[in-house]
Design a protein around this ligand. Structure first.
Ligand SMILES: Cc1ncc(COP(=O)(O)O)c(C=O)c1O
Length: 390
């Protein structure tokens, strides 16, 4: 068989399929958001050790709802964002009329450089929207203490880092709100899907309402629902729309898959951690970056970052990867420096790229390739010898 290494492999098991088929075979099955969605949310909250979770149709929807919640609760402000993240994090900020403030990354964990965050905080800063990039932890005691002292909200995007930890606690349990994605290419999948998590009851209720058209009856608590109905006696009790909102609901099939996938997440993540260290110990350290901050990390991908700023070497690497059917993405998470993307031109006029030298390096000389549980150590060694051969 021809050698190949996709970004993700076999992220749906026969038991995922079986659960979904069983649901479809029921007589009159309820397939829109119902009891399995609730069950998945409860199980996810338990796994993450947070009070509340809201299942939505994508990680991007989780990002948008999160920023919409901040807008409802706090109005305006600046949101500090990484230059290396997925586009939906930035979209969520600008579409909710917040001012995005970008910071460079720390090359050792690909997350925001905390020293840059300290520099960019000012009286208008409302929140830091941390992306735990590609399985790495972006938190530190110093950062958490700083944010607490300055009364700045922490939002965590954990879409690429399910199961990664800081101080032995799972990422996503530190922020006021956290977001996960269950897209096919991530640590676990519900085909498409996302989760919003929080310990704050009010935020939970608003997230539920915004997920379903802004509808009051989605608040998830009969006493609170009755209070709203009483306040609007001229409206049909089941059709009270509190905010301009969205339909970001997910469905029972995806929830069933999520419940089943969650059972193997920890086991699969242990394999991913082991794979990652096999990659590291077989890569040529003079060619590629290997000094990552690994404490608590859990990576669904392996970052391949050339040390040298050499475009010819980069072209050779790409050619070698293509020739050997190793699927890759240049720029790592989200295609590299977001500041270079056309959609931002309207929002940020003058950009001095020399102020973002770490993300610029990843933008030009960084890649990621797959790290999935079915990947065997012999294959990792072969991939490394291909990478080392350039
Ligand atoms: C950091 C980050 N945030 C958000 C998302 C969006 O998730 P989804 O693809 O489920 O919309 C992704 C997707 O890859 C991501 O990597």
């Amino acid at each position: 068989m021809k050698f190949s290494h996709p970004l993700m492999h076999n992220n749906f098991s026969p038991s995922d399929m079986k659960g979904a088929i069983q649901l479809l075979r029921k007589r009159n099955p309820v397939l829109t958001q119902s009891r399995y969605v609730r069950e998945f949310e409860n199980k996810w909250s338990k796994w993450l050790k947070v009070k509340y979770s809201v299942f939505v149709n994508s990680g991007s929807s989780a990002n948008i709802l999160t920023m919409s919640i901040l807008k409802i609760l706090y109005g305006k402000g600046e949101i500090i964002l990484p230059t290396l993240t997925w586009v939906s994090d930035v979209n969520a900020v600008i579409l909710n009329d917040f001012k995005p403030v970008f910071v460079d990354i720390n090359p050792r964990n690909l997350c925001m450089d905390e020293n840059e965050i300290f520099k960019k905080v000012n009286k208008n800063t409302l929140a830091v929207f941390m992306t735990h990039a590609q399985g790495f932890n972006g938190l530190s005691n110093k950062l958490l203490k700083f944010l607490r002292k300055k009364n700045i909200i922490l939002i965590e995007d954990v879409c690429e880092s399910h199961g990664a930890t800081f101080n032995k606690k799972k990422l996503g349990s530190f922020g006021k709100i956290s977001n996960f994605s269950f897209y096919y290419a991530h640590h676990m999948s519900t085909i498409e899907g996302g989760m919003i998590c929080t310990n704050d009851k009010k935020i939970y209720q608003i997230a539920r309402i915004l997920r379903s058209h802004g509808m009051a009856r989605e608040i998830g608590n009969q006493i609170d629902e009755k209070k709203i109905v009483k306040k609007y006696p001229k409206l049909s009790p089941k059709f009270i729309f509190l905010y301009p909102a969205y339909n970001f609901r997910n469905n029972e099939i995806n929830a069933t898959i999520g419940i089943n996938q969650l059972k193997s997440l920890d086991k699969n993540n242990n394999i991913r951690r082991k794979n990652f260290s096999t990659f590291l110990s077989n890569l040529n350290q003079s060619l590629y970056q290997t000094n990552y901050k690994l404490d608590g990390s859990c990576n669904y991908a392996f970052p391949v970052i050339l040390k040298e700023k050499n475009f010819r070497l980069r072209d050779r690497l790409e050619l070698t990867l293509k020739k050997n059917n190793i699927e890759f993405r240049r720029g790592n998470a989200g295609g590299g420096n977001q500041l270079r993307q056309p959609y931002l031109k309207k929002y940020i006029r003058k950009i001095d790229y020399s102020k973002y030298k770490n993300v610029e390096h990843v933008h030009n000389f960084g890649y990621y390739i797959g790290n999935y549980p079915s990947l065997q150590s012999d294959k990792i060694k072969k991939i490394c010898s291909i990478l080392n051969s350039i």
